[in-house]
Design a protein around this ligand. Structure first.
Ligand code: ADP
Ligand code: MG
Length: 306
């Protein structure tokens, strides 16, 4: 395992920020760590990187305990902290050389050149960090995390505050880098997980509420299916309600309906038959996908009720 978290709890004063958290991340996976503000994402990431100790539980990175082997673990990890702390008065190249020094790396000129190329910093490489746009600052943050060629990347909200173009670029970059590394990235944005990750771990109030492959989330929580269907003429609600498995029928506009049915019923044929009997045609039929966003709401709200 690249990351193994076992029964980790963290108490700040009286506040329980993490409560018996366990999960693992396999080599090569890109895992999204998703949760609302205050859920415990940054706390978990700081414990994995060895910046703060857990109150209870164990964390291993590349089979090494983060408390027993703090230096060896740090060699394996690239960390982009929340809000990307950087030295704004340093020049991009100067800063990257400085980071190489911290890692006691040799042949730093070649490595800095390579990393500048990898993260797409070439045109801005001679500026001061403070002069860069937020998107380029983020690239510098990624560059410093990647310099020592770590196996595992921990990225704490790497896309927060970026404009839509920068967002696409940074997501693309993370995906590209993720082809060769294990990545755990935290976010409170659903689409980000859908766009970049293989798996999602959802945390709410310090507890893991889901841990699933992204493409299997829908099936797990989507108990009902919804179709939108449009006919060439008028039909009544009663005609839909007669179909076995239909839970609700809602007239959404002119001759278009939103039909909800149990996930284990096949009603599409019936929806066509209604048209045939009424001498109408079907202009369109679409199955609605439950968005990860809905699942997230469902999960975090359920957790609140407990
Ligand atoms: P997230 O990154 O998911 O937004 P955090 O891990 O930053 O969440 O915070 C989890 C909870 O722990 C929050 O309620 C936060 O206020 C609290 N917390 C975080 N850091 C500290 C700290 N150093 N001292 C006290 N409470 C903290
Ligand atoms: Mg945070």
């Amino acid at each position: 395992m690249s990351i193994l978290v076992e029964n980790v709890s963290k108490v700040y004063g009286k506040q329980n920020a993490l409560d018996q958290v366990s999960f693992s991340v396999k080599p090569g996976e890109i895992v999204g760590f998703l949760g609302p503000n205050g859920a415990g994402k940054s706390t978990m990431m700081k414990i994995i990187t060895g910046f703060i100790p857990a109150t209870d539980g164990n964390v291993k990175v590349c089979e090494m305990d983060v408390v027993e082997k703090p230096i060896d673990v740090k060699k394996k990890i690239g960390y982009l902290a929340e809000q990307n702390p950087l030295y704004y008065d340093m020049y991009v190249r100067e800063y990257l050389h400085f980071i190489c020094g911290i890692y006691k790396m040799r042949d730093t000129r070649k490595r800095v050149d390579e990393i500048i190329e990898t993260v797409g910093l070439s045109i801005e490489q001679n500026k001061k960090i403070g002069q860069l746009s937020k998107g380029y600052k983020q690239r510098v943050g990624l560059a410093q995390a990647l310099l020592h060629d770590p196996e595992v990347l921990i990225l704490d909200e790497p896309t927060t505050g970026l404009d839509p173009n920068q967002l696409d670029e940074i997501r693309g970059l993370i995906k590209k880098i993720g082809a060769q590394k294990t990545v755990m990235l935290s976010t409170h944005i659903m689409q980000e997980v859908e766009a970049i990750c293989d798996r999602v771990i959802i945390i709410n109030k310090g507890k893991i509420v889901a841990n699933e492959k992204v493409d299997q989330m829908n099936h797990l929580f989507n108990k009902n299916l919804s179709f939108t269907i449009e006919y060439s003429g008028e039909l009544s609600k009663a005609q839909f309600m007669k179909i076995d498995g239909v839970i609700s029928a809602q007239n959404i506009r002119a001759n278009a309906w939103r039909i909800e049915c149990a996930a284990d019923k096949e009603i599409r044929n019936e929806l066509f038959q209604i048209a045939v009997k009424a001498d109408l045609s079907v202009l369109g039929l679409q199955e609605e996908q439950t968005k990860l966003e809905d699942i997230f709401k469902q999960l975090t709200q359920t957790a609140e009720v407990e």
